[in-house]
Design a protein around this ligand. Structure first.
Ligand code: NIG
Ligand code: FE
Length: 415
């Protein structure tokens, strides 16, 4: 078959994030975006073959189909390593309750919060779930994202967890290529103990370990398993039990950890060799050290810290300075973070987690891809990676986070 050669030309400023190796950017390197001025990208059959000076590549690839860059800044397409995009209804009423002083935990204890999304997902038809997912995918894509992790976790029964993951599979098989955004499914059956198991939580844990996870594995609906490890949700022993089972079944692991209290989920993630622990508002120095040593990524979610009006922000600066892998995510979900904008999360991370604006961009590209183990495809503009970029209407990288509330994405471009 004839090869399809394409050239993206006229890139004023190109963030390559090519550090010359396959790993994440840690420590001082996290702020080094590896920028080229006046660049072009050559791609063959959708994969990058060369990145370099515009004139050189134009001479070298005369036969390529040429596209002109639209943005003043071009970066690797954004990667979002933590989202909950399969849900049936927003929870605006709950947000208003929180504005009036109710806490996230009190709303959950009264049967709202995650359980209200569980009710609406269970009532929604497969078709309605797919339509909502399509709407959410389009919104994420408009904000520059080409690849996002996507969790189940609003089903909390065998059938409904499978239905959520099937919606993600449907998207990837039938819509992802045309729409320009693809998802990595993660099974979050351990998001909460559903109401009907309230007085027999052991039975629900048994269902997760012995029915839901094995079935998800058998049908290859997800490669990763996640859990909400938190006071009042799943404690540390339950988390260990469920994640060890998931690991034995062959899942890679991630944890919602140390978000509302210092329960120890971050340390456990390191001990179990999880891909990442996410949130981490309460992570201490020992947790950061353990995660760095294990190569478990710290995924910061300032959007939910903001929406839950928490005073405590994850110690991002300390994580970077300690040499841990630090990534950022929107955590797009109808409760704690109805945010589809990585740029807005970058602003929050710069203002409250102590990251520089440049580190924020690495957090949503190279390190995000590494955190969910898709760094061979996404996150940097190196030969071999998918040729997909986000084009921006900004002069310099820091302007992405600076332009709070604006969407400076010109488009996500696939070569
Ligand atoms: O990442 N922390 C737990 N889970 C989600 C919120 C889910 C929800 O409120 O619906 C999170 O914040
Ligand atoms: Fe989450």
């Amino acid at each position: 078959m004839a090869r399809r050669l394409t050239l993206l030309r006229g890139i004023r400023r190109l963030v390559t994030l090519d550090h010359g190796h396959d790993g994440p950017a840690v420590g001082d390197a996290m702020g080094d975006l590896k920028i080229l001025e006046g660049a072009a990208i050559a791609a063959e059959d959708g994969r990058i073959i060369e990145v370099g000076p515009d004139a050189t590549l134009a001479r070298r690839y005369r036969e390529a189909t040429v596209r002109q860059a639209r943005g003043t800044l071009v970066t690797p397409a954004l990667v979002d390593p933590h989202t909950h995009p399969v849900f049936a209804a927003p929870r605006v009423g709950e947000w208003k309750q929180r504005l009036a002083g109710e806490s996230y935990q009190a709303i959950a204890a009264a049967g709202g919060g995650i359980m209200s999304s569980v009710r609406s997902v269970r009532e929604a038809s497969d078709r309605a779930l797919r339509e909502r997912l399509a709407t959410h995918a389009a919104r994420l894509h408009r904000h520059g994202i080409a690849f996002a992790e996507a969790k189940s976790g609003y089903g909390l029964s065998l059938d409904d967890e499978v239905r959520m993951l099937m919606a993600i599979r449907w998207w990837n098989k039938t819509r992802a290529d045309d729409a320009g955004i693809r998802f990595l499914p993660t099974c979050l059956a351990a998001h909460s103990v559903p109401r009907e198991y309230r007085n027999r939580r052991g039975r629900y844990i048994d269902l997760v370990c012995n029915k839901i996870l094995p079935e998800v594995k058998r049908r290859e609906l997800a490669e990763r398993a996640d859990i909400f490890c938190e006071t009042g949700v799943f404690d540390l022993d339950e988390t260990r039990e469920i994640l060890e089972r998931a690991r034995d079944l062959g899942f890679r692991l991630t944890i919602h950890a140390d978000q509302l209290s210092r329960l120890g989920g971050g340390k456990l993630a390191a001990e179990l060799g999880a891909d990442s622990a996410d949130h981490l508002e309460y992570a201490d120095a020992a947790t950061i050290r353990a995660m760095k040593k294990a190569g478990t990524a710290c995924v910061l979610i300032p959007g939910s810290t903001f929406y839950l009006k928490m005073r405590k922000w994850a110690p991002g600066r300390k994580m970077v300075d300690a040499g841990a892998v630090v990534a950022l995510a929107t955590d797009f979900n109808p409760g704690s973070s109805p945010i589809v904008s990585p740029a807005a999360c970058m602003t929050l991370a710069a203002m409250h987690n102590g990251l520089t604006p440049e580190e924020c961009l690495t957090g949503f590209t190279l390190n995000a891809a590494w955190a969910i183990k898709v760094h061979d495809d996404y996150g940097s503009l190196r030969p071999g990676r998918r040729a997909v970029v986000t084009e921006w209407d900004v002069e310099e990288p820091a302007e992405i986070a600076y332009a709070f509330g604006d969407n400076r994405v010109v488009g996500v471009t696939k070569l």
